[in-house]
Every structure is written in structure tokens, then in C-alpha cells.
Design a protein around this ligand. Structure first.
Ligand code: RFL
Length: 393
């Protein structure tokens, strides 16, 4: 097989890239190791910045998003038993965020692609990317499970959109790129609950016992998180214990948390990673393959979209004019936005989590920080701007 751009991974990054390339007249093929049902069910992000909503609409994937997405004009920061609302439009020139689960974004993009878009091969595991430093990189893959047949895809470029454990990172020779990483000393216990949200907007709590987040996936399903120590076994957290702890950390005034059946429960660590540059030869990395942010600021999915918008524009320019100038600037252009999101995610994470060993001095610093960003200050405007995100195009 041959194509112009071989895309590894049918997550949000790979699928949106395929859509944008198709519209620009650039050939591509998407290879995805999992089956369609698995990819469409994978529970992850849920908050789309305005820029992400705009690009989905622009590429024809906005119909259901416009019908079912929940527009949020603000969120609450809670600490010391008080609720402080952060209004987004008044501080960002009218920008908002939209709650629309990643599962639904992925379903919409897959449906579009299967209805006449470029080839999308499920159950196709990439085992190696070869000759990325030459003119004709080659993707080796196996179709149809471990006993499947090996085949190759010859490309002019490879887009590595296969997350942090994919084949693209493994194809980077030692010393070709730098990896900057940070592991946080705490994790998140997340639940999906079959109960309508207890608030119209997100609630982020910086309690002295630790962080808590009240979020939602739809008007009928709530998504809630608790900071827990690294290494926590979710079996040590029966449902009642989770609800009780959420009650304590999210408490403010007369507000009451609605409880309901827990549909899913999991613990995940918080980490930051940046690979620099986001390119090796003709292999360009995007999304989680290139960087990871802790989920506190909900930037992961939006950053992945930012990368592929930049990448698609560079490929379209090269296809139209023969000039690789934008491709050569791809990594630098993305990294400016990536580090900005790293900074904000780190800031929001450390402002709201109780670090192991933190003392009264640390807590006083945190509260001072929280009061600054919830007061009538430039710091509050900066928080809102970063949360709502900058335009992608
Ligand atoms: P994805 O979504 O991981 O997609 C990568 C795709 O590549 C496939 N793949 C391969 N295909 C072929 N051959 C191989 N060898 C392959 N290896 C892997 C995978 O099956 C998959 O389909 O990366 P992408 O597209 O870059 O998208 C990034 C986002 O998914 C990610 O940033 C966010 O979901 C991060 N994230 C969250 N972000 C938020 O903004 N808010 C959240 O609440 C939030 N929760 C989460 C998250 C990420 C999580 N992960 C990765 C552990 C919760 C979790 C559990």
C-alpha cells in the first residue's frame, strides 16, 4: 500500500487530521490497533474549548455537537466552604467551553470518515516505523490480531497520533529528541455516575484534604473525581466512601450533591510530558504521542486538536505549493501552545491539590493564590483566558 500521509492512531488527533487532510485534497490512511467499538467506548476527556468546537463545526462534524453539547459560560472554584464563580465570556471577549464527551467526538469523526473519507483500518497494529529519516518512510503493521498478516504502508510522511504508548515514540532513536517529564505525587479516583449533575457548571474544589471535581458527561450522567494517594486501589473505595468524601470536599453553603449508581470507577496517575522537537525526519508527532498534561485543566484533547490543525495546514501548504516551510516550523509552532498549556495545567494542579507533606505555610500560600484568582484581579482574567483557550486558527 502507498499513501501520502500515513496516520497511526484513530483517537481524536488521528481522526481530525484525516478529516482535515481529506478536505485539503491530501491522501492519507489511518491505521488503528483497536476495533471500532473499543475506540468509541473509551471514556476520557469531556471539555471542548471554543477553538475545538469551531474546528469540528468547520470540518462538518458539528451537527450533533451543536444539538447535544452543553455550553458552559463559567465554572466554580470552591475552597474554605465557599463557592467562587469564574465567568468566562466577560473575561475572554465572549469565549465559552462545551461539554461533549470524547467518546462522542470520536463517534462523529469515525462516522464521517467511513462515509466516504480516507481509508480507516481498525484491528491494525503498527509494529514499526522505518526510514523516518529518509524520503520514503515505511510503516509496518499487522492486521487482524496477533496471528494476523504483516503488511507495509509506504508514505511520504508519517503522522504519529498513537498516544504515549504507541509505535511512534518507539521509532524515535535515542538522542534524537528530548523528553521533559514530571510525575505528580497524587492520583485521581474517577467515577461515572448514573445521576443528573448536581450543578449546571463544573465545580473544582481545593480542600485541605485534597482536590475534588464535579463534572458531567450529559444532563443524565455525572463525572466526579477525588485526589487520592499514588498507588490507591479502587477496591479500597466503596461507593459510599467516595460519595462521603466528595460531600466533604465539595461542600459550600446549602449545596447538595446528588448520589446515584456508580457505572465505572478507576484510578489514574497525573503526569506531564513534552517531547521536543515534535518531529523526527518525516515522522511528525501529535496529541498524546507528543505530550501529556494532567487532566486538571482539561487541555489534553484540545492540545491534540491544536497540533493537528497546525499539521494539516502545513501539509496543505506543501501539497499546494511544494514548500516544506510550514512543515519545518510545525514543532516550534506547536510547542509554544503546548508549553503554555503545560504551565497552566501545572498551575491549576498545584493550586488545588494537597501535596503529601504540605504544611500550614503551604496551605496559606494556596489559599492566597486561590483568593487572587477569584478576586477582581488581572490574575482572575488570566485564569479565565487560559481555561477557555486561545483560538486554534
Ligand atoms: P489517544 O486518544 O490515546 O489515541 C491514540 C490512538 O492510537 C491507537 N494506537 C495505535 N494504533 C495503531 N498501532 C499502534 N501501535 C497503536 N498504539 C496506539 C490507540 O488505540 C488510540 O486509538 O490520543 P490522541 O488522539 O492524541 O488524543 C488525546 C486525548 O485522548 C487525551 O489527551 C485526553 O483524553 C487526555 N485525557 C483527558 N483530557 C482532558 O482534557 N480531560 C479529561 O478528563 C481527560 N481524561 C485523559 C483522561 C486521558 C486518559 N488516558 C490517556 C489515560 C482520562 C484518561 C484515562
Amino acid at each position: 500500500m502507498r499513501t501520502t500521509v500515513g496516520i497511526i492512531g484513530a483517537g481524536p488527533a488521528g481522526l481530525l487530521l484525516a478529516r482535515l487532510l481529506h478536505r485539503a485534497g491530501v491522501d492519507c490512511v489511518v491505521l488503528e490497533t483497536r476495533d471500532r467499538a473499543y475506540v468509541e467506548r473509551r471514556q476520557r476527556a469531556g471539555i471542548l474549548e471554543q477553538g475545538s468546537v469551531d474546528i469540528l463545526r468547520e470540518c462538518g462534524a458539528g451537527d450533533r455537537l451543536d444539538r447535544e453539547g452543553l455550553t458552559h459560560r463559567g465554572f466554580e472554584l470552591r475552597f474554605e466552604g465557599e463557592a467562587h464563580r469564574v465567568d468566562l465570556p466577560s473575561r475572554t471577549g465572549g469565549r465559552t467551553v462545551t461539554i461533549y464527551p470524547q467518546t462522542e467526538v470520536v463517534k462523529d469523526l469515525i462516522a464521517l470518515q467511513l462515509a466516504g473519507g480516507p481509508p480507516l483500518l481498525f484491528d491494525t497494529r503498527v509494529v514499526a516505523v522505518e526510514k523516518a529519516d529518509g524520503e520514503q518512510p515505511l510503516i509496518r503493521f499487522v492486521r487482524g490480531g496477533p496471528q494476523g498478516q504483516e503488511d507495509t504502508l509506504e508514505c511520504e510522511f508519517v503522522a504519529g497520533c498513537d498516544g504515549s504508548y504507541g509505535a511512534s515514540r518507539r521509532a524515535l532513536p535515542a538522542g534524537a529528541v528530548s523528553m521533559h517529564a514530571r510525575t505528580y505525587p497524587y492520583s485521581w479516583l474517577g467515577i461515572l455516575a448514573d445521576v443528573p449533575p448536581s450543578s449546571d457548571e463544573l465545580l473544582l474544589a481545593g480542600h485541605e484534604r485534597g482536590f475534588a471535581l464535579h463534572s458531567m458527561r450529559s444532563p443524565a450522567v455525572s463525572r466526579l473525581y477525588l485526589q487520592v494517594p499514588n498507588g490507591t486501589d479502587p477496591r479500597d473505595w466503596p461507593d459510599d466512601r467516595i460519595w462521603d468524601e466528595l460531600d466533604v470536599r465539595l461542600a459550600a453553603g446549602n449545596w447538595r450533591l446528588r448520589r446515584g449508581p456508580v457505572l465505572a470507577k478507576s484510578v489514574s496517575g497525573l503526569r506531564s510530558q513534552v517531547i521536543e522537537p515534535m518531529r523526527y525526519g518525516r515522522l511528525l508527532l501529535a496529541g498524546d504521542a507528543a505530550h501529556i498534561v494532567p487532566p486538571s485543566a482539561a487541555k489534553g484533547l484540545n492540545l491534540a486538536f491544536g497540533d493537528v490543525v497546525t499539521m494539516a495546514r502545513a501539509f496543505a501548504h506543501w501539497h499546494r505549493t511544494g514548500s516544506a516551510a510550514l512543515l519545518d516550523r510545525y514543532s516550534d509552532n506547536c510547542l509554544r501552545r503546548v508549553w503554555q498549556a503545560q504551565f497552566f495545567s501545572h498551575e491549576l494542579t498545584t493550586m488545588l491539590h494537597a501535596a503529601p507533606g504540605a504544611d500550614a505555610y503551604d496551605r496559606a500560600m494556596q489559599l492566597t493564590w486561590l483568593r487572587r484568582v477569584t478576586g477582581p484581579t488581572a490574575a482572575a482574567a488570566e485564569l479565565a483566558e487560559n481555561y477557555a483557550g486561545a483560538p486554534l486558527v
